[in-house]
Design a protein around this ligand. Structure first.
Ligand SMILES: [Ca+2]
Ligand SMILES: [Ca+2]
Length: 299
């Protein structure tokens, strides 16, 4: 191609210098590429409406800004042979996969590591927290449906906790910003009510993205007082094992409901587990309440 120096806007000539003119050791890949996304159009930086660049035969051309040309890609690959996102798996560069897309949940993440497609509660493993309260009333057992965890309790309370109803929520994953994976926790099944109609209504609810990981309060013959301990569930990249793992944020307690009788208690799930089962006894009041903790599992 030919550079027409007289047509270039004064002060813009440096845009038309070759790397050798600027004292750099350059490297050419493939034939001269008019179709490169980096190429100026014929009238770029013209100060007089005449072309600044033409082909050798004097013809003009437009620029191409739709995407990388084939030769552009070859040039980048020759400079950076192991690229995550080029669709080629380069194991020697630590890539486990490379599907060249931004879908983080199709099994291959945009950082070229294998990734999860779903998050579930493993009900086959349970850690039983104590049942707090007395032995009156009839037993109940609330298992959140498959894939759901407990995120709150609504009910009624006065000097005791009169009634409880467990809120289960679904767990899911979605692609987040800049290659991250979001854990989505959305209200799911509201379980059956247990207890009587005394007292006034309350709602104890974990914050967005949080699940119950413990409970505290006071108890004696009945469940006197109750609060829930919540933690946010996140996915974090573990660079040591080159994988994504489940992480838990700091815990936060809900406000507490009920009276001041009985003795105080506080029961936490082991690290890494969340509450997905409630159990207890109820009649006129909630006589007793406890929970089971279960591990979360990435699929
Ligand atoms: Ca690659
Ligand atoms: Ca992908």
């Amino acid at each position: 191609m030919i550079i027409h120096w007289n047509n270039i806007e004064p002060g813009r000539e440096h845009n038309f210098e070759r790397y050798v003119d600027r004292g750099f050791n350059g490297q050419d890949v493939g034939p001269y590429n008019f179709d490169s996304i980096m190429h100026y159009p014929s009238f770029g930086f013209s100060h007089n409406g005449m072309p600044t660049i033409t082909r050798l035969d004097g013809s003009t051309f437009d620029w191409q800004r739709d995407g990388l040309s084939e030769t552009d890609i070859q040039a980048v690959e020759s400079l950076y042979p192991d690229i995550c996102g080029d669709g080629v798996v380069n194991p020697e560069d630590g890539e486990q996969c490379d599907d060249a897309n931004l879908d983080e949940l199709d099994g291959c993440r945009s950082n070229c590591l294998l990734g999860p497609s779903d998050l579930r509660v493993d009900h086959s493993v349970a850690y039983l927290l104590p049942v707090e309260g007395g032995g009156g009333g009839g037993a109940f057992h609330d298992n959140c449906p498959d894939g759901q965890v407990i995120t709150g309790i609504v009910g009624r309370s006065g000097i005791y906790v009169d009634r409880v109803q467990v809120q289960c929520s679904t767990l899911g994953l979605s692609s987040g910003e800049q290659g991250s994976i979001n854990v989505d926790i959305e209200p799911g099944t509201l379980m059956e009510t247990h207890g009587g109609g005394g007292g006034s209504p309350f709602s104890l609810s974990c914050g967005p993205g949080q699940a119950v990981v413990g409970f505290g309060g006071r108890s004696g013959k009945y469940l006197d007082r109750l609060f829930l301990r919540c933690a946010s569930v996140t996915l974090v990249d573990d660079w040591e094992t080159a994988s994504v793992v489940i992480g838990f944020g700091e815990t936060a307690d809900t406000n507490s409901v009920g009276g001041g009788g009985g003795g105080s208690f506080l029961n936490d799930c082991p690290p890494g587990m969340v509450v997905a089962t409630a159990k207890g006894r109820s009649g006129t009041y909630v006589d007793a309440l406890g929970f089971n903790c279960h591990p979360l599992e990435l699929l």
